[in-house]
Design a protein around this ligand. Structure first.
Ligand code: GLN
Length: 461
């Protein structure tokens, strides 16, 4: 088993390991586990093996890129030229991508090997991966439970050692919630840090492509490559991309006293599992004992987060059609799953003439209030800590037919997307039911280095 990219690279450069062996290792795991876990929708076996030979040669010639040695899986909503792309939807079942996402181009250029595409909730809408047209993904840590969603295949693939890291996408928590359910780090960057070019949009002012990893260093190394200005996406910030790996190594919080806020309403929420709550309270105590400044603060908007998120993200632009009407009705009815249809209907409703002001435009105003309040908190604090999820991974079917109970899965995660701030779920504990859980750190815009360093610090407490 490989624990980190640096470990792999050391072995590759010391000639203790060949690139082909690494790819074969992961292929072996895929063949062993994927049938049951259902993380990969497609495996790029031949191509990965071929690439391994080219990269091995480059390593010997000392010409290999920064990510040489990395075997990565990508969520099935990220374009990879000449490869199939379905967003786990029947409607795209036979679609082949004509171009690669910027993140894919950049990773390939640095010699990462993409080993396959990963199952997810249809169009990234969901919190359990039960909305995929291609079947559920099982949690490798307990196969009777969900992985979380929507990046369920991504998290399961890393957790079951079928690839070193995976890319997911986070619109309202789709990277952090499954990371918490599967004992990984799930990092959502500041909105505009990573290009969305080539990501099938769910909600364009929320989406970010994000890494799911076993450790912080891997997230830092990948982020360095995929972040930064892109001519294909005008919402990407021109903020300089730091050397995250170096920066996190140089940040030492045992010497620096931090100011950390925790949101009273999240910790006192009656849906929060007792053991998760106690763990957070213990972490707060430990941090205080280490000399950091922690304070509970009020966040009066907690109950508004999920409704605001669902009104704003359900927005879909509907194209007018005339003669194709029947065809469109038929294809949409048969090829979209239930949850996607529900969101299209919700979006059409909240944007309709009579209700636009009551819902969509109001939700935009609430979003602004949430943003302002968040910025205010960061005037006085370095970080906010809060739960990632209210519970550990639940059983298949447990959330039943009630969409509201599923939407409440997003209670602690959507805040970061509404405010555009970076957030990370850090694995911190194991519940008495045997399942892991994470807690979240929120940081000010573009403070990814500091946030990752603090995540390491928390993980090692
Ligand atoms: N669970 C949330 C939703 O269904 C988040 C999804 C995501 O981040 N892609 O909308």
């Amino acid at each position: 088993m490989y624990n980190s990219l640096k470990e792999i690279q050391n072995k590759l450069y010391n000639k203790n390991l060949q690139m082909e062996e690494i790819v074969k290792f992961y292929l072996g795991k895929i063949y062993k586990h994927n049938k049951e876990i259902n993380a990969f929708l497609e495996i790029f076996e031949e191509e990965a093996l071929e690439k391994s030979k080219i990269i091995q040669k480059k390593i010997l010639e000392k010409k290999a890129g920064k990510l040489a040695g990395l075997v990565v899986g990508i969520k099935d909503n990220i374009c990879y030229k000449d490869h199939k792309l379905s967003a786990s939807s029947k409607i795209l079942e036979n679609f082949t991508s004509l171009f690669s996402a910027t993140v894919v181009e950049r990773m390939l250029k640095e010699d990462a090997i993409i080993i396959g595409r990963l199952n997810c909730d249809e169009f990234a809408m969901g919190s359990s991966n039960e909305n995929s047209a291609f079947g559920n993904v099982k949690n490798p840590l307990d196969k009777t439970r969900v992985t979380g969603g929507s990046s369920g295949g991504s998290v399961a693939a890393v957790s079951a050692n079928m690839c070193m890291i995976a890319l997911g996408s986070d619109t309202g928590g789709s990277v952090r919630q499954p990371a918490s359910f599967c004992n990984l780090f799930g990092l959502k960057t500041t909105y505009g840090r990573v290009s969305r070019h080539g990501l099938i949009a769910y909600a364009s002012s929320f989406d970010q492509i994000s890494p799911m990893t076993k450790n912080i260093e891997d997230a830092a190394l990948v982020l360095e490559v995929i972040s930064g200005k892109d001519n294909f996406d005008a919402t990407v910030s021109s903020e300089i991309v730091p050397n995250y790996y170096k920066e996190i190594k140089n940040l030492d919080f045992s010497k620096k006293k931090l100011k950390i806020a925790y949101l009273k309403e999240t910790i006192e929420h009656n849906g929060l599992d007792k053991e998760i709550k106690n763990k957070i309270l213990n972490i707060i105590k430990d941090l205080k004992n280490l000399g950091h400044n922690l304070k509970d603060i009020e966040f009066p908007y907690l109950d508004y987060l999920v409704p605001t998120y669902y009104v704003l993200t359900a927005y879909r632009s509907i194209k007018k059609t005339k003669n194709l009407k029947d065809n469109i009705i038929k294809s949409r009815s048969e090829a979209f799953g239930k949850e996607v249809k529900r969101r299209i209907m919700t979006g059409t409703f909240v944007l309709s003439a009579g209700y636009y002001d009551a819902y969509y435009s109001k939700a935009q105003k609430v979003r602004r209030l949430i943003y302002n309040k968040t910025i205010d908190i960061f005037k006085d604090y370095d970080f906010i800590i809060l739960p990632t999820t209210a519970t550990t991974a639940f059983k298949f079917g447990e959330k039943g037919e009630n969409p509201i109970s599923m939407y409440l899965e997003d209670l602690f995660t959507v805040h970061a997307n509404l405010a555009g701030i970076p957030a990370i779920s850090v694995p911190v504990g194991k519940h008495s039911n045997g399942m892991p859980f994470g807690i979240q750190i929120y940081a000010p815009h573009f403070h990814e280095s500091k946030m990752m360093a603090f995540a390491n610090y928390l993980n090692n407490l």
